[in-house]
Design a protein around this ligand. Structure first.
Ligand code: N01
Length: 540
């Protein structure tokens, strides 16, 4: 740090502060540094990785194929990197991000083990004053929140938890040196993606596994396997084409689906198409037909077919009934599994259906249901989810013009423009914020698009000597209303989920991501820029 970087009151000055060292933060720091900005970056964890730093539970892996769940911004990086499996496991994804950090020398910009506590906009100075957990103050012109969509876990809040004597784990805060469940009676609470990935592996180790299910989930087999050298080489040689196809898709994965809806298909062609989608496996089951998420009848046809497939995986029909989802497939985030349903065929696995009797709370020895049934457990795993999309943003006390806090502004919903900016918060950017496709798109591709927009915008401001950019209130209202309207044309609003914020007590309900498709969203952003940053105020 040089003397010129320090303001009179001791605050370090820089051009941009980036918060987070996951896929988003790393690429954002890289882009801004490349553009010649002085960047300071902060990360709560002890190293890079974001989601992949924290979520180390057994079975953690991506649910988008690794060939495309990877950066596209550097041709050499993608030509050289080899993914060992179709869906890489957490250690491999973390190794990849560590490699990226080393290759582009990004760690030097980061302060690790440091969280940003507040960011206050000083209207006179036109700068953000950022305060960190280490007590440092930084004065910055631009503030980029690359804090992730699923990074603030819900803290377990169960009656009597303090008296429980067994071991406790949370999937999203897993011990770095792993956990040995051999000979243990283990309970896992939750049946979302995390539990669905973890349960099959824990069942292989534990003496007995109890799965506490409140809502049965749809899961589609990943059909995960090792990638052959030839497959990997082919991908490396044709990456330009692969990325082009990704960018042309509404979900950020290269695929082709029929040009008509499921309900227009004849029974035989429906069966063939669904068998084809099932054999491909994973998240793309939702793209088996273009209207699976927009037409309830088409969704019903596909959901019923998938349920038959699930039923066939479970030996005991009574158990199969308890594991059967009762909402439109995809309305809660579709899970991608390896042997999840088969796990319930094991003698050492018990499904505890909390719809029969709710969880009452903890005792010294384990869990108790409302009907009095008790479960003695050596260890409990909380796979109970996140305060998604807004949790990590609002964990920071962010105050824009006239001291208005983002918490206050979003008290009734996530007002934003294009999912990246907020009116009243100049030079403030969110990567994959509410109002952007984010979790409904390939996350890495979504991140790259947002980071490119932010970086190009900052470049534009500097070139044209604008001091700041800020969303206009009218456009912000229109965009937020439109995002809400789009979500109502889909199945996503038919059930409570973390997409809608209704998994968190007291959080305003409202579907947060943009559900109109990535391609459509990118076009909105491109048009706004082409029209001279329509919807934004650029101040001199
Ligand atoms: O969390 P979740 P997650 N008593 O919110 C239950 C991504 N991800 O960590 O549905 C009993 O999905 C809750 O029940 P209900 C992915 O986007 C990706 O599993 O609210 N149960 C639910 O079953 C995913 O969607 C991967 O009724 C309680 C579960 O806990 C997102 O992260 C892997 C409860 C929470 O499920 C979140 O997944 C993992 C209570 N008090 C995660 N409170 C990949 O594959 C909550 N539940 C890349």
């Amino acid at each position: 740090m040089t003397a010129t970087n320090i303001e009179q009151d001791g605050a370090d000055t820089c051009d941009a502060v980036v918060v987070g060292a996951g896929f988003a933060g790393l690429y954002q720091v890289h882009r801004l540094h490349q553009a010649g900005l002085r960047v300071r970056a902060f990360e709560k964890g002890s190293d890079v990785g974001g989601t992949w730093y924290w979520n180390r539970y057994p079975g953690a892996r991506c649910d988008i194929e690794s060939i495309v769940y990877s950066y596209s911004f550097d041709a050499d990086l993608q030509r050289e990197w080899k993914w060992p499996q179709r869906y890489a496991e957490q250690p491999d994804i973390l190794r990849y991000l560590q490699h990226v950090a080393a290759r582009f020398d990004l760690r030097r910009h980061f302060s690790f083990d440091t969280s940003v506590q507040s960011a206050i906009y000083d209207e006179g100075a036109r700068r953000w004053r950022v305060r960190t957990s280490s007590g440092e103050e930084i004065s910055t012109r631009f503030l980029v929140m690359a804090t992730g969509c699923l990074s603030k876990p819900l803290e377990p809040d169960f009656k009597g938890l303090a008296q429980y004597r067994g071991a406790r784990y949370q999937t999203s805060r897993w011990p770095h040196d792993g956990v040995d469940f051999t000979g243990k009676r283990v309970g896992i609470i939750g049946t979302g993606s995390s539990a669905i990935q973890a349960a099959p592996l824990i069942a292989q180790q534990a003496e007995h596994l109890f799965v506490f299910q409140r809502t049965p989930q749809f899961a589609i087999p990943a059909w995960n396997r090792a990638l052959t050298d030839e497959e990997m080489r082919h991908a490396q040689d044709t990456y330009d084409e692969i990325r082009r196809l990704v960018r042309q898709s509404e979900v950020g994965i290269a695929y082709a689906s029929p040009d008509h809806g499921a309900k227009e298909a004849s029974p035989e062609s429906l069966r063939q198409q669904l068998e084809f989608a099932w054999a491909r496996g994973g998240y793309l089951m939702l793209a088996a037909y273009p209207d699976v998420v927009t037409d309830l009848e088409s969704n019903r046809l596909v959901s019923e077919w998938v349920k038959e497939k699930i039923r066939a995986r479970i030996e005991d029909p009574a158990l199969a009934r308890k594991l059967m989802p009762e909402y439109p497939m995809g309305a809660k985030r579709l899970c991608v599994d390896t042997n999840y349903f088969e796990t319930f065929n094991r003698d050492n696995v018990t499904l505890v259906d909390l719809r029969d009797s709710a969880l009452d709370g903890f005792t010294e020895r384990g869990l108790r249901l409302a009907n009095g049934t008790g479960y003695d457990l050596d260890a409990v795993i909380f796979a109970t989810g996140f305060d998604a999309m807004t949790g990590a943003l609002l964990a920071v006390d962010i105050r824009g013009r006239q001291g208005l806090s983002l918490r206050e502004k979003w008290r009734n919903g996530t007002l934003n423009y294009l999912g990246v900016t907020v009116s009243g918060f100049p030079n403030f950017f969110m990567i994959t914020g509410p109002g952007s496709p984010s979790v409904l798109y390939n996350m890495v591709a979504s991140i790259e698009q947002n980071v490119d927009f932010v970086s190009d915008t900052i470049d534009y401001l500097r070139q044209h000597q604008f001091a700041s950019i800020e969303a206009k209130p009218r456009e912000e209202r229109a965009w937020t209303k439109y995002v809400d309207w789009v979500s109502r044309q889909t199945i996503y609003t038919k059930v409570k989920s973390w997409y809608t914020g209704e998994n968190v007590d007291g959080k305003p309900a409202g579907f947060m991501p943009y559900a109109g498709g990535g391609l459509t969203y990118f076009e909105f952003v491109r048009q706004a820029v082409a029209d001279g940053y329509r919807g934004f105020t650029l101040a001199g």
